[in-house]
Design a protein around this ligand. Structure first.
Ligand SMILES: Cc1cc2nc3c(=O)[nH]c(=O)nc-3n(C[C@H](O)[C@H](O)[C@H](O)COP(=O)(O)O)c2cc1C
Length: 498
């Protein structure tokens, strides 16, 4: 017989704590001290339905994996569970109004349009997580401005009636040289999570990189793919290498065609925008009259397993456990690209993690311009595939990267924003817009296929100029400007002040 809401509500304390998730009750009392996100967030839901809070952060198989079967108490008759009276905050009421007034999808003409809409209609906490970057967000903005310091040198009078921008990445054909890069916690933006990106990628014959920290389970994302659809795995390496080995070999068995090991995140960057939104939104910050800072809670907790001891010495081990091509994601200097060639991996992604890790990392496009001439000089450019990500918003950005020698580019936030605002149709349109821009861009620079995109088509002299970094917003806001002298002070007035 199913439990009732009243049965569960009796267990509403830290030393006797039941919660409901997806219509089933769980006794989590003994698990509380082990919860990577701390016990407080669970105790807040003691005796209640925690599904809404649980859902985006935990893949569906989490409870089966981490909570002993004896603590699974069975189904709850949800008609007997008192609905939480969530008083709608004025912010939420405003947001709902903005959703009603959202522009039609057809009014979005480029990827930045999706960002503008998402900013207005997404929940503050989700927006905070997706949009934030490290420290003063100078690298985040540099990722965009670097592309704006590169210009084209188009060829004219080339027959561009037919242009073909299909290519191959890690040996598999794909329709266009961009892929959906790995971004964690898809369900913060859309109730269905990452599978929305899978479906759009299938429609457009685009490759998807599956994040270790997806909201959907890995198998759900694989199962959502169509026949022959290419997916890669992004890997955060666990301190427990047996777990890592299981994840990698499972991915290979399920048909993943590339292993992208993230190497720029031994510790999570400090993303203050994200911290601030959580601080103001979560009532749980004030407990027993004490203000506690749990603002990095979820993001830090879910990544606490990542091994900061990961090093070059681990690479042969990865090569011994998988036949998938291995790519290092988050390389930031040519010296490390050369080391990657030496280590015998198949690729690198030049990336600063969308500006979310080391502040004052250079843009990937700049590191690419540093890297490719060295690889060519040493005859190594055919030995390794070089990818870039960060700040790609237009097909002209893709073209610039390919002209410099990238095999392809990763795109992160734009697809999250399109998905959050418009769901599958949004991601579909975003991909189509990129394809339309790509066709036009190829024609206008005089290239009919990917092989014709060469360094001669770009002027990248400005790329290395860091003369004027993007403005430092926080410092500007607190800067007290110098002022000119005010009114002349009369002698009598001046004397009276003495
Ligand atoms: C919300 C969000 C979550 C991310 N999660 C991961 C992750 O789990 N693993 C990873 O290797 N990179 C992650 N990244 C970094 C992306 O893979 C990629 O490097 C970056 O988003 C590219 O920049 P862009 O967003 O400007 O396109 C994340 C980025 C964002 C914006």
């Amino acid at each position: 017989m199913a439990l009732t809401g009243a049965d569960v509500a009796k267990h509403s304390k830290a030393d006797d704590c039941w919660v409901i998730v997806h219509g089933k009750a769980y006794d989590v009392t003994e698990f509380l001290p082990e919860h990577p996100g701390g016990s407080k967030i669970i105790v807040k839901y003691a005796g209640k339905d925690a599904t809404e809070e649980f859902e985006p952060i935990h893949p569906p198989d989490t409870l089966d994996k981490y909570l002993p079967k004896s603590k699974h108490l069975g189904p709850v008759d949800m008609s007997t569970v008192a609905k939480e009276k969530t008083e709608e905050s004025p912010d939420e009421i405003e947001r709902q109004k903005r959703i009603q007034e959202m522009p039609l999808l057809e009014q979005c003409y480029n990827l930045l349009d999706f960002e503008a809409v998402a900013r207005r209609v997404m929940k503050k906490t989700a927006w905070g997580y997706y949009s934030s970057a490290a420290d003063d967000e100078i690298t985040l903005r540099e990722n965009r401005s670097a592309f704006q310091r590169m210009w084209f040198r188009p060829r004219i009078l080339v027959n561009v009636e037919k242009v073909d921008f299909s290519t191959t990445m890690l040996g598999t054909p794909t329709s266009i040289p961009f892929y959906v890069t790995a971004t964690a916690l898809g369900k913060l933006g859309h109730p269905e999570g990452e599978v929305v990106l899978t479906r759009a990628s299938q429609k457009h014959d685009v490759i998807q990189m599956i994040p270790t920290l997806a909201s959907c389970s890995f198998d759900e994302i694989i199962d959502a793919a169509g026949p022959g659809q290419v997916q890669w795995l992004q890997l955060y390496v666990n301190k427990d290498r047996a777990i890592t080995q299981r994840i990698v070999q499972h991915a290979e068995r399920r048909g993943c065609r590339g292993l992208f090991i993230t190497v720029d995140a031994p510790q999570l960057g400090r993303r203050e925008k994200d911290m601030r939104t959580k601080f103001t939104e979560q009532g749980s910050n004030i407990q027993d009259g004490q203000v506690t800072d749990n603002s990095q809670g979820a993001a830090r907790a879910i990544s606490s397993f990542i091994d900061p001891a990961l090093s070059w010495a681990d690479i042969p081990w990865f090569q011994s456990i998988t036949k998938m091509p291995i790519v290092l994601k988050g390389v930031q200097r040519v010296e490390d690209v050369l080391k990657a060639v030496e280590a015998g991996v198949q690729g690198v992604v030049l990336s600063n993690h969308g500006g979310r890790q080391l502040e004052f990392s250079r843009s990937a496009i700049e590191v690419l311009a540093e890297t490719m001439p060295v690889l060519r000089e040493q005859g190594l450019d055919g030995k390794i595939e070089v990818y870039v990500d960060g700040g790609v918003r237009r097909a002209t950005d893709i073209l610039k990267a390919l002209c410099l020698g990238a095999k392809g580019v990763g795109i992160g936030r734009p697809f999250l924003y399109a998905m959050s605002a418009y769901g599958l149709d949004g991601v579909d349109r975003a991909m189509q817009l990129l394809k339309d821009e790509m066709e036009m861009g190829m024609r206008l620079i005089g290239a009919t296929n990917i092989a014709e995109l060469t360094p001669a088509l770009v002027d990248s002299r400005g790329l290395f100029s860091h003369a004027a970094p993007p403005s430092d917003n926080l410092a500007s806001a607190v800067y007290d400007p110098l002022v000119n002298p005010g009114q002349r002070v009369g002698v009598a007035q001046a004397k009276s002040r003495l």
